[in-house]
Design a protein around this ligand. Structure first.
Ligand SMILES: O=C(O)CCC(=O)C(=O)O
Length: 291
């Protein structure tokens, strides 16, 4: 997303920040200019194998053993009453989910895409259970986040495929280039807030519909104005996803309470620390797991 004039000023005044070229060489998995152009023209970019198989094994095993997730999931119901289970956190915690969403290989790249320092807006672990996992209606995330007093759509998300995401188990679908439309009107669709379907249908006639099919460890970066949805999970396979969302420092909500955090420094996790941290949390989780 092109930085606002205000952001360009901020960027100029902070030459050593991580989103400048100077720091790029230190990143372990830096996006290429082509990757960044893909994001800006299509509103998304899929980074394949951003996390390795061992990192993903640790994450999925901890998630499955997570009693808190079992005890108190939030339910995101679709119009037929089928639901995705979620646990959404506005702040990072001392846990495996935060270690992943704060990894430099996500956050440094987010800063390149957004063109500013970013901070943690929220993250959520989501499960679409086999056969009963619910759908998500067409929406833009900024359709919601506009209501959280952010003046600009300078927010983006990274959805990590924790296990395989395919058409069969309700992977994410996106309308390529739809972020270029700006914010579309949203209203209630069943229990969900959804985008104006007349516009969505018009866009679908001229833009590509993309199924974000991913293997564990792949990560989908998408703009907050990119229209997206997903189908119910009618398959035999669960679909776990960890989604981190990041706001530009320059886009701090203009008033509080906004329902979301104001700017605060994101403590990035070095890429080579993700696995040792995941192992630490895995040991703790498995020791207290259900029999
Ligand atoms: O992962 C999905 O199926 C949809 C999630 C989504 O649309 C969202 O978190 O905004």
């Amino acid at each position: 997303m092109p930085p606002s004039p205000q952001a360009r000023e901020l960027t100029k005044s902070k030459p050593d920040a991580d989103y400048t070229g100077k720091e790029r060489n230190r990143m372990s998995r830096i996006f290429t200019p082509e990757d960044i152009t893909h994001f800006h023209t299509k509103g998304y970019y899929i980074a394949r194998s951003l996390f390795d198989a061992e990192e993903m094994r640790l994450l999925i095993e901890v998630a499955k053993a997570d009693r808190d997730f079992d005890k108190a999931p939030q339910l995101h119901k679709d119009s037929s009453g089928m639901a995705s289970k979620l646990r959404l956190k506005n702040f990072c915690e001392d846990d495996i989910y935060s270690a992943f969403v704060c990894a430099k290989r996500i956050v440094d790249n987010m800063e390149l895409l957004i063109g500013d320092e970013v901070y943690h807006w929220h993250h959520k672990m989501m499960l679409k259970e086999p056969r009963i996992g619910g759908a998500w209606e067409w929406h833009q995330d900024y359709g919601y986040w506009y209501m959280n007093h952010c003046l600009y759509p300078d927010i983006a998300s990274c959805a990590i495929a924790v296990d395989r995401a395919g058409k069969d188990n309700g992977c994410m679908q996106l309308i390529s280039g739809s972020h270029l439309c700006g914010r579309i009107h949203h209203g209630m669709t069943g229990e969900q807030v959804g985008a104006d379907m007349e516009r969505v249908e018009a866009l679908l006639k001229e833009r590509e519909l993309v199924y974000a099919e991913m293997n564990p460890g792949d990560a989908l970066f998408f703009h907050s104005n990119t229209l997206h949805r997903s189908d119910q999970n009618r398959s035999e396979f669960p679909r776990w996803t960890l989604i981190g969302c990041y706001n530009a420092k320059r886009n701090n909500p203009y008033k509080q309470p906004s329902g979301h955090p104001s700017y605060h420094k994101l403590n990035k996790i070095e890429d080579d620390q993700v696995k040792p941290l995941a192992q630490k949390y895995w040991k703790a989780a498995i020791a207290t797991a259900k029999p």
